[in-house]
Design a protein around this ligand. Sequence first.
Ligand code: MG
Length: 381
Amino acid sequence: MKNVVLLGSTGSIGTSTVKVAEDLPDQIRLIGLAAGGNSELLLEQTRKHQPAVISISDPAKAKDLQNLLGASTQVYAGNEGLLKLATLPAADLVLIAIVGTAGLQPALAAIRAGKDIAVASKEILVMAGEIVMNEARKHGVRVLAVDSEHSAIFQCLDGKPTNSVRKLMLTASGGPFRSKAEWPKEKFPEITVERALKHPSWVMGRKITIDSATLFNKGLEMIEARWLFDIEMSRVGVVVHPQSIVHSLVEFVDGSLIAQLSTPDMCLPIQYALTYPERAASDRVQTNFPKIGTLTFEEPDTDRFPSILLARRAGETCGTMPAVFNAANEVAVDAFVNRKINFPQITETVRRVMDAHQVVDHPTLEQILEADAWARCEASR
Ligand code: MG
């Protein structure tokens, strides 16, 4: 039995994680759940899974939950609650699926308490990959990937060292504007929020869906891969694969390529992270090759999607630049969703903020958070 703490239990990754735990009642026990604002769903999850400790952002909601649940469950609130859960003595693994930077401190707290972590929040490795991986090495804990691409690479590598790898190839669906014939660059300013929110193969949260349309999501994943697998940025590539069946590939030094494939379903990488190093039997994901028929691959179009080039630059520069890349994008996506800027201006905003940034090498967490705040301010301006 593995005792799992789930931070971000009511979001897209969180609800899939709860499903996986329900598939494997003899192997996974949810001993702590934390949610942002959805107290109704948190209450339902708590009644079903009986975690000893839960947490919600708003202290008033925490009070209500405590009254409803009684003394058998301890209810915390805010950042203090996240830190409490991340360091629960009984926890074997802490899965962090909180949107934004709020997951960073709990991730470090969990590592320092000797817990393995599973990372679904991109910000953790993008902003502080160097610090997080150094701390994990120091404390002898694992940092497991929940993202389908990184889970795929992890499965393909299967413990092989980085010096046996020629290149990691992250696959990208290409998003809803992949077709150049249908969506030439001249038409990009006309892209509406509603159109950008329609993703062809994955159902996900709002921010990540816009990031998939701009390919910023792939950019963030390139930087994550750079830290997670301790490999230089020049050996992290991207290939567009619209069917989203091949979740990523590893090209080894002998020219051999190993890929991981399945019908797209986040429950699969989540389950692998929760049960690693074991594989648990499950019928949830079925892949029918004759029915899929064709798998295609193409070069990413960096002229229409320059976010890939900005990500490469951020990952090569390192220091505080990836945090700036991430923060500026968050502000720009927000502005796009609120109809203040058009679609190409998301990338343009990030580029201008990156151009203006004075990089700090090997930053402390404080310097990273400063760069993050600076980038948000600069992007808003
Ligand atoms: Mg992904």
